[in-house]
Design a protein around this ligand. Sequence first.
Ligand SMILES: [Zn+2]
Length: 468
Amino acid sequence: MPDHKMMTQDLLEAGGELLLAPEWLMLPTGAATGMGVVVRERRFAQVAPIAELVAAHPHLTVIDLPRRLLMPGLIDTHTHLTQSFGKSLAFGEPSEIFKRIWVPMEGVLDADAAYLASKLAAFESLRGGFTTVVDAGTRSEAGLDGVANAARDVGIRCVLGMICNDAGNTDGEAGALRILAAAEGFLSRLEHDPLVHPSLAISIPEAATDRMLHDVARLTQEAGRCFQTHVNEHLAAIERSLVARGLRPLELLHAVGALNESGLLAHATMLTARELGLLRDSGAAVAYNPVASQWKGNAVLDALLLKTLGVRFGLGTDGTRADGLRLMDAAEATQRIAHGLSNGDSSCGGGGVWVDHATHLGARAAGLGAVTGRIEAGLAADFLLLDLDVPEFVPSWDLTWELVRFANRDQIEAVFVDGKLRLWRGWPVDWDARALMAEVAQVAKRDVARAPIHRVHPTADGHRAANA
Ligand SMILES: [Zn+2]
């Protein structure tokens, strides 16, 4: 039985340079034994057999981690950090919740509330094993800096989208130029930020003019950043686009020259054969959001078809629940129910697909393939220590698939981002999470009460009573 107190003490006091010797190390090829890592100055300095590391670094104390898995931190390729005050308000609601709940709720957040909501969401994300989140952009006017500051304070890597919608622009060319100048400024201001990676977003293609779609996608392409938008999320969205623009959302992006390899398209369900071809040829990436499909969607994308076509994709929560291990499980289960049952595919990715797309392939989809997602020398030391000394992992026959189907958030013992220990057993090591929770409870109550939210579904108990 390892001495946990000793272990956390070692991790905290190691002074930034660590030689970690876990029992298992998750590599893109699978879990290896006898391998360790040296972490130095925010990065993995070396990944090698433990004996080799010990010989090469005699000044370092070896931190033995028996029955532990050291694995890459998970990547949430699509979320909305400033929606955390709403959470279960969206349960049971029909599609296009953004109109009735999220836009009204995010609209009342001031800078402080946006910061608090983001900090809570970022904390939840770390607890769920995410070391990187891709935020699609806040609808709070004052919120962008709040999201960035919350990510830094909590210590999570964040690809942050700045929303560039211009459908409401009443100032013609001058207004459009202001939006584009702000977008360029945002990209350059955060160019070298260690944790917050800039990105541009248009909520849905219809929320912008053809020109804005084109120019924003060009800016992100030139800067090597992500252009985020929601595409083909619901049947209603597709039909609205057809009525307004004569094209389906993904076709519209293509038609205006806004579909390129910088694209990170959330949802992308209900793709026609033509759209699949356009997507493949464009090099754009997709965020597959299985829990969003379960809770509030009309359809499920066929992730294994995307894989076969060579379309980059990651897994996303869309702000549903910030649990990366359950997200992998949902990704597999949703694929299997929506596609594998009807075509007799009992392996549905065989476990490994979901781990890969939650880690290194998710990082690629988020434009961070050279930054994070793998346990590899030179990459950011974003990783988890999982306690496998639990009955669910005894005996263990297939660790990769067991991670997808058995692993639970309570096994995440340590979360490291950018080489720093951020959480130990689910709680931060350097700030007061209980104080944050107490503050959020108050502010969320105030803001939800004053937001013009329109729910059409009762609470669970109200629903039960109504149907008794
Ligand atoms: Zn979304």
